[in-house]
Ligand binder design. Structure first.
Ligand code: PMP
Length: 428
């Protein structure tokens, strides 16, 4: 038996499903999850000594690849000084300053330990600041596993909250209105019906939790207008896109396309922690003053602003600001997706791709889908087959068709070429 299998069986005895986060279990694609022993640069290695070109990058954070020397040095030196104090440190200010410098829509930021915590707190803040309860989310967008956000449900316009997870009472989800992504008429109608009681609308600007689906520019523009008109706050969940699709995140891209565009509240995670548990949410001073200890919206955390995590995040953010960083990363990602599209075309496989910065998605269909239902019509069998053929060839893609992929600065042209060679074989 392989070491991966042995470990998976052992894990299943003591950890539900053998994993600490469901998608790692390979349920969607079948087969044995790989137990990772170490990562270096663009590669991860499993318990059987197999090396993989890593296109997950811990689901986004590892934008510099694994074990980047400057980040490693910062983490080791911070750890030597202490792991956690439960008292403020200067590095938290430095990280906050660094984030705010790159995201002009925010004047203040609060650091937390996970994306889930950050979105949960952003919703609470929006509710506290507006004095309203209801909010809109979109089908196919994932914002962490907070109760009120674990609602996907049959979209349907006036349908409030049917929890998609057991253990979430209907009452908890009753204020969550779920709409179809990119469906303008539905959005207009929802605001007409509920606009005055909406605390906020939360959206992934590029939905990485249904692979890679952009919010259409006209849709984002109208969403911003409607929020302003009805006094609802626009919350951009940039946990995945933040500092990943560009130095100024997805909101930077939309601000270039929609004059004056900015969200009211932004949520970050993944890259800002560089692989350590760190996330953040921020807004104008006017909105942030509602947070404890200044205001009545309570929010706290024993490990919030952790000294080792902030060192890791800060070193990462400094690296990605070096001249030419995003240009090079974008070119690399572009060459990967263009190459994949060409290989698919040669083999007559329906295929569409999109990317921004170091984030990409591909679909086994001719046209890029614009919402969740279409994403889910992907030929699953074919995807699973492709996934396993790539894995066998040493290329680690996300083990589910509705997940985005990530390229790091450590991926070389040779890695991209090897990936395309593997894809050629797999798609044949
Ligand atoms: N929001 C988005 C857009 C995400 O992609 C994720 C996680 N993939 C989360 C929130 C939750 O973050 P975490 O897993 O750190 O709780």
């Amino acid at each position: 038996m392989s070491q991966n299998q042995t470990l998976f069986e052992r894990a299943q005895r003591v950890i539900p499903g053998g994993v600490n986060s469901p998608v790692r279990a390979f349920r969607a694609v079948g087969g044995t999850p790989r137990f990772i022993t170490r990562g270096d640069g663009a590669y991860i290695h499993d318990a059987d000594g197999q090396r993989y070109i890593d296109y997950i990058g811990s689901w986004g954070p590892m934008i510099l690849g694994h074990g980047h020397p400057a980040v490693l040095e910062a983490v080791i030196s911070a750890a030597r000084e202490g792991f956690s104090y439960g008292a403020p440190t200067e590095r938290e200010i430095e990280l906050a300053e660094e984030i705010l410098k790159l995201v002009p829509s925010m004047e203040q930021v609060r650091l937390v330990s996970s994306g889930t915590e950050a979105t949960m707190s952003a919703i609470r803040l929006a509710r506290g600041a507006t004095g309203r309860s209801k909010f809109i989310k979109f089908e196919g967008c994932y914002h962490g596993h907070t109760d009120a956000l674990l609602v996907k449900a049959g979209s349907g316009l006036a349908t409030f909250g049917h929890p998609t997870s057991a253990g979430v009472p209907e009452e908890v989800a009753q204020h969550t209105l779920v709409l179809e992504f990119n469906h303008l008429a539905q959005l207009e109608e929802a605001f007409l019906l509920h606009g005055k009681s909406l605390a906020c609308v939360i959206i992934e600007p590029i939905a990485g939790n249904m692979n890679f689906v952009r919010t259409q520019v006209a849709y984002m523009k109208r969403l911003r207008e409607l929020c302003t008109e009805y006094g609802a706050l626009l919350v951009l969940d940039e946990v995945m896109t933040g500092f990943r699709v560009g130095l100024h995140s997805a909101q930077g891209h939309y601000a270039q396309l929609i004059p004056g565009f900015k969200p009211d509240i932004s949520v970050f995670g993944k890259v800002i922690g560089g692989g350590m548990p760190l996330a953040a949410f921020g807004a104008s001073r006017e909105i942030m003053k509602h947070l404890a200890p200044l205001g009545g919206v309570y929010q706290a955390g024993t490990l919030s602003g952790n000294p080792v995590a902030t060192a890791c995040g800060l070193a990462t953010l400094r690296e990605i600001q070096k001249p030419g960083f995003f240009e090079a990363l974008t070119a690399k990602t572009r060459s990967l997706v263009d190459g994949l599209a060409a290989v698919a075309k040669e083999n007559g496989v329906p295929f569409s791709v999109d990317c921004e910065g170091g984030m990409f998605g591909f679909f086994l269909m001719d046209k890029l889908p614009q919402e969740y239902q279409t994403v889910m019509t992907t030929d699953k069998e074919r995807f699973n087959h492709f996934f396993h053929a790539m894995l066998d060839a040493g290329v680690y893609l996300a083990p589910a068709l509705y997940e985005a992929g990530f390229v790091s600065a450590a991926h070389s042209d040779a890695d991209i070429a090897a990936t395309l060679a593997a894809a050629k074989h797999a798609l044949r």
